[in-house]
Design a protein around this ligand. Structure first.
Ligand SMILES: Nc1ncnc2c1ncn2[C@@H]1O[C@H](COP(=O)(O)OP(=O)(O)O)[C@@H](O)[C@H]1O
Ligand SMILES: [Mg+2]
Length: 165
């Protein structure tokens, strides 16, 4: 006893719940980047084209790590990194494409063209947004899923996921 559960164990425990990888309203602890990727993968398998996922958490919490797991689960072969000079990147997947948007550097969304992100809205693309706080103006819709990642120190992270009812 006292051992940390594996990613597979965490996923098994939470299977059938409404926000893959995490029980509704409960938090799941991840103890490695690989585990956070696995949780991202679980969520991605539930996505349909047009779905939007909001990812909340401070710098270094593991948002991009989570996206990497989402991409892998969708069959993306390209390397997923933080978009540095672009705010959005589209990855070609098998079943779906994944649009990875990072609004961290978007200081003034009201100063942007309202259709800045229009290219990423289509029925074949699921969208995941880091720093979504300012996205309403540009994306105009609530997310289907909101994932919050909290850094508990060292490699420990607390993930919460909510699905819009
Ligand atoms: N349990 C964990 N989950 C996610 N990332 C972790 C974990 N433990 C350590 N890390 C490390 O923390 C960093 C998270 O970075 P990143 O995913 O870019 O965060 P963000 O996009 O939130 O700024 C990575 O270097 C990752 O390897
Ligand atoms: Mg990031």
């Amino acid at each position: 006893m006292g051992e940390k559960p594996s990613a597979a164990e965490l996923l098994r425990r939470s299977s059938g719940d409404d926000c893959a990888g995490e029980r509704a309203g409960e938090a799941t602890e991840s103890v490695s980047a690989a585990q956070t990727e696995a949780l991202g993968g679980e969520l991605a398998r539930r996505l349909a084209g047009g779905d939007v996922v909001h990812l909340r958490g401070e710098i270094g919490a593991g948002k991009t790590t989570f996206v990497r797991g989402m991409a892998r689960a969708l069959g993306v072969r390209a390397t997923v990194s933080s978009p540095t000079f672009v705010i959005a990147q589209r990855y070609r997947g098998e079943r779906l494409d994944l649009a990875h948007i990072d609004l961290y550097r978007l200081a003034e969304p009201e100063a942007e063209e309202p259709d800045l992100l229009a290219d990423y809205r289509d029925r074949r693309t699921a969208v995941v947004i880091e720093w979504p706080e300012e996205s309403a103006l540009l994306f105009g819709e609530q997310a289907r899923f909101t994932v919050t990642i909290e850094d508990l120190g060292s490699q420990r992270r607390l993930l919460r996921c909510q699905e819009r009812q």
